[in-house]
Design a binder for this molecule. Structure first.
Ligand code: AMP
Length: 216
């Protein structure tokens, strides 16, 4: 099964991707994670990407398209994959079509997570991540027992640079302008599965709804 997860930053794409990965044994391909890893490693890609990411802007199309093309050639993608955070622009979606047809692959579904903007802002601005084990918390919805300390491993929590309020607003603006047109793009191809969320359901409940839609 080849899937694309669409939705604003903070809609829960990454969390759902991990649950899909576990259930269907297909890899999660998150361009955000790949770029953050490159930034941490101080690679040429990381240095280039960092200036855009810190401002809440999209990294240029040709950079992310190149990353995806290489990644989809991986042996582990033969059984299927979950694209989390790619495509984010129409040119990226068009390139994805080309790359996939060259690799003899086809997209099965595009899942769009729809969530109110006030909830998105709280989710992103409240997000804290453990520097040790990567577990995520939220100071509003799921706070750690001790401030800025991981319940599971006791290491410190950190906040992503692009989860500060001004950058969040920019990311949401970019999402509306550049990524939302993909909803109509995939609707026209009859591939879109929309999940309307209100921010009160936990990840497992959302995942049940998602699986029901995929399997129906
Ligand atoms: P994410 O973790 O998906 O929210 O991505 C974090 C940041 O990485 C974004 O704000 C962009 O700067 C960059 N990024 C991730 N995916 C893409 C993409 N498909 N196209 C351009 N930039 C991206």
């Amino acid at each position: 099964m080849n899937l694309v997860l669409l939705g604003a930053p903070g809609a829960g794409k990454g969390t759902q991707a991990k649950l899909i990965m576990k259930k269907y044994s297909i890899p999660q391909i998150s361009t955000g994670d790949i770029l953050r890893e490159a930034v941490r490693g101080n690679t040429q890609l990381g240095l280039k990407a960092q200036e855009y990411m810190n401002k809440g802007l999209l990294v240029p199309d040709e950079v992310v398209i190149g990353i995806i093309e290489e990644r989809l050639k991986g042996q582990d993608c033969k059984k299927g994959f979950i694209l989390d955070g790619f495509p984010r622009t129409i040119p990226q979606a068009e390139s994805l079509d080309e790359v996939m047809s060259r690799l003899n692959m086809k997209l099965d579904h595009v899942i769009d997570f729809e969530l109110n903007e006030d909830v998105l802002i709280k989710r992103l601005s409240g997000r804290r991540i453990c520097e040790g084990c990567g577990i995520m918390y939220n100071v509003y919805f799921n706070p750690p027992r001790k401030d800025m300390v991981c319940d599971a491993c006791g290491k410190n929590l950190f906040q992503r640079k692009d989860d500060h309020i001004e950058t969040i607003k920019e990311r949401l603006k970019v999402y509306r302008a550049q990524t939302m047109p993909l909803i109509d793009f995939y609707k026209a191809k009859n591939m879109l599965v929309t999940l309307y969320l209100d921010g009160t359901e936990g990840p497992d409940l959302i995942f049940d709804r998602l699986c029901n839609r995929l399997e129906s």
